[in-house]
Every structure is written in structure tokens, then in C-alpha cells.
Design a protein around this ligand. Structure first.
Ligand SMILES: C[S@@+](CC[C@H](N)C(=O)[O-])C[C@H]1O[C@@H](n2cnc3c(N)ncnc32)[C@H](O)[C@@H]1O
Length: 175
């Protein structure tokens, strides 16, 4: 079977990334078949799709979504994707993944090389200087399976906006 370039990259990175980094950032990327299955779970829609990928990695889940769209499985007139990935080393791979869907004027992929939790907290804080997050019609959430320590920067930041939780999964669900 011919593997897509995203799948080849995933296999290559899963061999070459140090175990400590994988575990620290939860860098376990979704295999192509699973990503296609997950993209198939979204309901079809029309109009503009504003899609969030809150921890995009190399873009496997976004690519599956966009592939479904490009092959007629979604009927959006346009897709605007905000992809957050805090590991700068992955951003070039992510950009390559998204570039493959950029040949027409109906797709915009914005990459944010930053921490999604901190960006969301800033946006929710109501501070005058806060950079507001966009609102989204669809969200891809596959954060690290990690506890948030009681005195960590994430825990303290979340407390500022009234969110008290112990793992990243529940953070993404409420923020
Ligand atoms: C479990 S992987 C999922 C990657 C991709 N969505 C997939 O399914 O293949 C989680 C990704 O989120 C990134 N990440 C972890 N914490 C993050 C945060 N607070 N903000 C943005 N990205 C984060 C990691 O570097 C990693 O690439």
C-alpha cells in the first residue's frame, strides 16, 4: 500500500523522536487509518468551516479532515483552520502538511507556534491586551494524556479563568 507523505513522516518521527520528548509533550501522532476514521465522524456541513486543531503535531488529523473535504465528503464552501503546535521543531512539518491543501482560494491554514492552553486562557481572561481566539464550528482535540500538576503554569493560568481540573483532556473540553 502506498503511504501518504504525512504517514511516512509520522513513522519516521516516531522512530527518531526521543522517548523523553514524546512523553513530555505527548507526541504520539495518529496513524492515517485512524485519522480517516475520526474525520468520518464529523457531520457534513455547508458554508464556512472554522476548524481548530489544538495540538496539531504534524497535522495528521487536520489532513484527514481536509482530505475528506477535498474528496467530496464535506460540502463546506471554505475551510479556515487554526492549528496550534507548541513544539517549534514540528511546525515546518505541519506547514508542509497543510500546504498540500492550499492550491485553491477556499482554504486558509494558520499555524500558531504557541501553547494552546495559555492562548485560550488569555483570550478568556477578558484582559484589555488579550488576543481573542477565533470562534470555531469544528474542533480537533487530541491533547497529551497528561496530568496537570497542582503548581504548574497551566494549572495556575487555568485558575485565573475559573477552570480547576487535573488533566489536559478536560481542559480542552471546557476552554
Ligand atoms: C497526542 S499529540 C497529537 C498530534 C496530532 N493531533 C495527531 O493526532 O497526530 C499532541 C500534540 O500536541 C502538542 N502539544 C502538547 N501540549 C500542547 C499545548 N499546550 N499547546 C499546543 N500544543 C501542544 C504536542 O507537541 C503534540 O504534537
Amino acid at each position: 500500500m502506498l503511504l501518504s507523505s504525512v504517514e511516512q513522516k509520522r513513522l519516521q518521527l516516531s522512530k527518531s523522536t526521543a522517548a523523553t520528548k514524546k512523553s513530555l509533550l505527548g507526541q504520539f501522532f495518529t496513524p492515517e487509518n485512524t485519522a480517516a476514521f475520526m474525520a468520518g465522524l464529523f457531520q457534513d456541513g455547508t458554508g464556512i468551516c472554522r476548524l481548530l486543531d489544538a495540538g496539531a503535531g504534524i497535522g495528521s488529523l487536520s489532513a484527514a479532515f481536509l482530505e475528506r473535504w477535498r474528496t467530496g465528503g464535506f460540502h463546506f464552501s471554505r475551510v479556515e483552520l487554526d492549528a496550534f503546535e507548541m513544539d517549534g521543531a514540528l511546525v515546518g512539518h505541519l506547514a508542509q502538511t497543510l500546504d498540500a491543501y492550499d492550491q485553491r482560494n477556499d482554504f486558509v491554514g494558520n499555524i500558531y507556534d504557541e501553547d494552546f492552553v495559555l492562548a485560550a486562557v488569555e483570550s478568556l481572561s477578558g484582559s484589555f491586551w488579550a488576543k481573542p481566539l477565533n470562534s470555531y464550528t469544528h474542533a480537533i482535540l487530541n491533547p497529551p494524556y497528561k496530568k496537570i500538576n497542582s503548581n504548574s503554569a497551566h494549572r495556575l493560568a487555568l485558575r485565573r479563568v475559573g477552570i480547576e481540573t487535573v488533566n489536559l483532556y478536560s481542559v480542552q473540553r471546557v476552554s
